[in-house]
Design a protein around this ligand. Sequence first.
Ligand code: SF4
Length: 626
Amino acid sequence: MPYGYNGKILHVNLNDLSYEIEEPSENFYRTYFGGGGLAAHYLLKDLKPGTDPLSPENILVFALSVLTGAPLSGFSRYTVSARSPLTGGFAETEAGGFFGPELKFSGYDAIVIKGKAPRPVYLWINNGNVEIRDASAIWGLENAETLDKIREQVGEPRARVASIGPAGERLVLVSTVSNELSHANGRTGMGAVMGSKNLKAIACRGDAKNISFADPEKVKELVSWHNKRIREHQPNINFSKFGTPMFVVALNNAGILPTRNFREGTFEGAEKIGVPGLEKILKRAGSCYRCAVACKRVVELDTPYRVHPRYGGPEYEALASLGSFCGIDDLAAVAKANEMCNRYGLDVIGTGAIIAFAMECFEQGILKESDADGRKVLFGDAEGMLWLVDKINKREGIGDILAQGVQRAAEKIGNGADQFAFTIKGQEIPMHDPRGKTGVGLSYALSPTGADHIETPHDVAFTGDGVNYIKPLGLLEPIDPVALDAAKVRFFRLGQLSWSMNNTLGICNFVAAPLLALKYEKIIEAVRAITGWETNLWEIMRATDRSQVMMRVFNNREGFGPQDDRLFRRLHEPLPSGPSKGNRIDEEELRNAIRLYYQMSGWDENGIPTKAKLLDLNLEWLPEAK
Ligand code: SF4
């Protein structure tokens, strides 16, 4: 009998509205554990290279882990994957909230979706029963109305729903899948893939008692140990008290708060959009399933904009992307833009980055009023920013060009716009400037999904005594945040495995090692108590390495190579002012570091995992290993 998971994977064919249930072996779950690795297995096995990401042939996977839904704080995350319409490569985007645990309780560990429904539909999974229901009456609705209507239609007010908004229906390439209105699988355009399949939502309901644990008493003991430590461990106390918005002022003080399209690293309005400003509109803290940290911020405003608390509130990435990155210090407007993104199903990072790119194009005279209904939107123009969010959602006028993401928009606009278009593998950049933390730069350059900030520990936390957090990984010396030498590559390689392990296990980075309350040995105790497997850190790190390698193989099949493992012009230029003034990333040093990373990872000089590496990781079923 499986412990911690169901042993069932739901395969849905939307072409003929049918489904099948697969019951993989225990070894399958123990090989992939969950998340992106589990999804990569299906994409590598069944998706033909070169498939149009928005065609019915693309495969969309919702993947939990063997731990998702266990009652420990932060064990709530799930992954959505497909071939990304934004990057053309592997898509992996995680979210917390409540949907992942509910899907587990409803009877399935993953959903693999193929085809395109002949009309809009949604899935309703209720304690193992599956229905594919007509969604004609909810197609076109925003996320809150969608949630309400589906709950009403299925007659279950406690149903959890992952849905797309109008942006996903219109195939906006920075559209999200959203659960409970404020938790988004934000990156890589998964909303557009769902929209292309005429799939409006997945709703589910189940009983937590459907999942058993191998050692329920030990699970209880771990829950109370973890929740107690969350209340005592200073980094977690900070998360509970301030949430991620605390990073606005902290990064500004370090001179690496992304500002005006990466032109600067300090923002004069940081206090206004950071914690000091946010406290004034804070309604309460928000949380994910059974999490004692409750790091989410829920805000409410009546004026000058109505900001509804149902949609949560801006976290760090939204405050920076829609705030400092666009030169906007008007917190009410940033909170409104965040709410609009959650309503429409738009990625806050992608949307903010696109608007900042457009602002710089206006400033440089590349875009003109005549391109945008007689309007010129410059850095600092809060009303203009809100207007553009709306235009992108509706794909109207200039919004239709911007809805395709920065890279494609720059190609369409021409006239030198590409000089101000900053993406990696076609994905917009998260709100962390690698000129003050080069490990994050390596992460951006090497991520299979394009720039990603949750795949590696951020260097600045491991200077001085901070090294104690990573000693269990065998990293014994403090990290120099701006070095790009062999020690940094070693730190990045092990740190990437450590943080990606959280993605593989569906654990939130804000509750677990290296920095936060749940130590490595406790993670292992939790996996053992939940699944009953006699496992250890080594086996789980290997599973994580396997996931990373599978994603790399996927991208290699799609034509990605060393030329795509790169940063962009502005990061190679010095920061012009502030505490990190003069910091830049040297292109040659970066290239050498990437070559060294390939070697440390068992990849050849073209960034292709060797046959020996594939065989070592039990991937002999891949054609590349023959
Ligand atoms: S720490 Fe925050 S983001 Fe992570 S699970 Fe808890 S509430 Fe969710």
